[in-house]
Design a protein around this ligand. Structure first.
Ligand SMILES: *Cc1c(COP(=O)(O)O)cnc(C)c1O
Length: 464
């Protein structure tokens, strides 16, 4: 399988190269040149497979011959054996044709473990084979950081530097990062917001001279391998509810557009999906584009769902690339204009986006109300991101006879504030994490200044 950039100017790469590269050299994102397509019979034949076996079927064509079959199988098995639930991604019923897909049974209690537990293993495998080292640099609004650190901490070939916005992640999120004390793990608290962190990572990828010959690798969802891993649970959820013979819909709490993009891919690969609902908080640029063709940045606000406090959603570009008929030049022009001004999609292309996605933006007050109401009705406690998904699923549902599945992207214990605001008791940490608040922390607070951050990284990487 070959991978091409959404901006059309970067070299074509294979899976291993894409895994280690992150952002393309032309500023674009890598996507497969052609998607694998599965027939209904083939998908139906996967009913009853374990999560890991299903993951192997779906991931194998993307990895192609870059990893030996047995090795890939073993890495996938180990990844999902580390999850705290036998079903890995269990479904829970909230009401008639209303479901949540629990994606928080991995080591850091958010869906990002699905991809990052595998990504760390794949990277370590490729680097061992090449006898190379890589410097991971990533930005996090909270959950990516801990999941990435957890995925990379045991690698002898990786140093990992994670930037989070200072004082803007929840305490559980921060401690899940800063209490990992391996000497290849570095946490930077940046005096800025998430978009500042993400911009700094993008600028560093564009010019890596500060690393004096070392190379950067990405753990954000610009890394193709993350998107790939997330396609799997759309299939597992559908199969569990009678797919592919019966369509299902998904509502996805969305920030960087990675998770919902994986759902879009599942559909392109042959899975019968009726609706894909983009659920956002008040940082609602995606909702504004989809509902009103208004792609303007607006001021970033801090909400009770911090993992979705994002204005510039990297993966939206991957979807636009398809919508624009895979015209890299058109995407390069569009993204260039978007840097400095609001843009509109051409009418035909906007129509295509609206056909693919529904959307809804949910404010903090409503988020708390949903947590409260759902708990009152079902005794099920939603985290704020998932609550936004549930609300959006209800608002956008066009066919009550089709199951609407909201992706439960995090465990409520990670975000106690809205739960308490909803008048409910704050949830307890799971047994393996009860001492989180006593553990020693290590973190570097740095100014929102590219050079300062780059000097810190250059001064701490291990060169062998
Ligand atoms: C990362 C995250 C999201 C957003 O996912 P994207 O792939 O960035 O759209 C939503 N909810 C939680 C809890 C997250 O950690």
């Amino acid at each position: 399988m070959k991978y091409i950039s959404t901006r059309g100017q970067a070299p074509v790469l294979n899976f291993e190269e894409v895994l280690l590269a992150g952002l393309a050299s032309d500023g674009g994102l890598y996507v497969p040149e052609e998607l694998p397509k599965f027939s209904q019979e083939e998908i139906a034949s996967w009913a009853g497979l374990s999560y890991a076996d299903l993951a192997y079927k779906i991931i194998k064509p993307f990895v192609d011959d870059c990893v030996a079959d047995d090795d890939l199988k073993q890495m996938i098995d180990e990844t999902y054996a580390g999850f705290n639930h036998t079903a890995v991604a269990p479904l829970k019923e909230l009401g008639t044709n209303e479901w949540v897909l629990e994606l928080f049974h991995g080591p850091t209690l958010a869906f990002k473990d699905f991809a990052l537990q595998l990504l760390g293993r794949l990277m370590d495998y490729a680097l061992t084979k090449r006898n190379e080292r890589l410097v991971i640099m990533g930005a996090t609004s909270g959950d990516t950081g801990s999941a990435a650190i957890e995925g990379c901490r045991h690698s002898d070939h990786l140093d990992i530097f994670i930037l989070h916005p200072h004082n803007r992640v929840s305490e559980v999120q921060r401690r899940q990062m800063t209490t990992i004390l391996e000497d290849n793990v570095f946490n930077v608290a940046l005096e800025g917001n998430f978009d500042d962190c993400q911009q700094m990572v993008k600028d560093s990828f564009a010019n890596q001279d500060f690393l004096k010959g070392m190379k950067l690798g990405a753990v954000n969802s610009i890394n193709w391998a993350r998107i790939m891993s997330q396609i799997v649970y759309y299939f597992s959820a559908s199969l569990a509810l009678g797919g592919p013979h019966r369509p299902v819909s998904f509502s996805v709490p969305t920030g960087n557009f990675g998770d919902i993009f994986a759902g879009y891919l599942a559909k392109q690969m042959g899975l019968p999906i009726q609706q894909l609902v983009v659920a956002t908080n008040r940082n609602d640029i995606l909702h504004r584009v989809i509902s009103g063709n208004d792609m303007s940045k607006g001021e970033l606000v801090h909400t009770l769902s911090p993992s979705m406090d994002i204005m510039v959603s990297s993966n939206f570009e991957r979807m636009l690339f398809d919508v624009y008929g895979r015209d890299g030049q058109a995407i390069a022009d569009l993204m260039d204009r978007f840097k400095s001004e609001s843009v509109q999609l051409e009418d035909g292309n906007w129509d295509k986006v609206r056909e693919l996605f529904d959307s809804c933006a949910v404010d903090d007050e409503t988020t708390c109300d949903v947590i409260k109401d759902v708990f009152a009705e079902t005794s099920y406690l939603l985290d704020p991101h998932t609550a936004i998904g549930v609300k959006a699923g209800r608002e956008c549902n066009r066919d009550q006879s089709v199951p609407m599945i909201t992706l439960a992207t995090a465990h409520p214990v990670k975000f106690p504030e809205p739960v308490v605001k909803a008048g409910l008791e704050s949830p307890q940490l799971p047994p393996h994490m009860t001492d989180l608040f006593e553990r020693e922390e290590r973190v570097e607070v740095l100014d929102n200044d590219l050079q300062t951050v780059q000097q810190f990284i250059a001064g701490h990487v291990h060169t062998n």
